[in-house]
Design a protein around this ligand. Structure first.
Ligand SMILES: [Zn+2]
Length: 89
């Protein structure tokens, strides 16, 4: 969505409603999307610390509800694996 007027993106780097330059925010959103994909991949590979770092970074760049869920899941997984590390001798 356009950060200025909340209009939906229409495949242009200029907002169709208010004319704001969306190129920067689109680039950031795409970057955040790639980070979340990398975070999901990291979870699949069992690298939960990396997943959490990527998910947190993605949220800082561009917040979303799905991103928040991913951040919570990866944080929980990272916390759980830390607990396991502490429990092992
Ligand atoms: Zn706009």
């Amino acid at each position: 969505m356009c950060p200025v007027c909340q209009a939906r993106f229409r495949g242009s780097t200029e907002c169709s409603r208010c004319g704001a330059d969306l190129g920067t925010i689109m680039g950031l959103a795409a970057g955040a999307w790639r980070m979340r994909e990398a975070a999901r991949q990291a979870i699949a590979e069992g690298d939960v610390a990396r997943a959490r770092a990527l998910a947190t970074q993605a949220q800082e760049i561009c917040r979303s509800a799905a991103g928040r869920d991913l951040e919570m899941v990866s944080s929980w997984l990272a916390g759980a694996s830390l607990e396991m590390d502490k429990a092992s001798p």
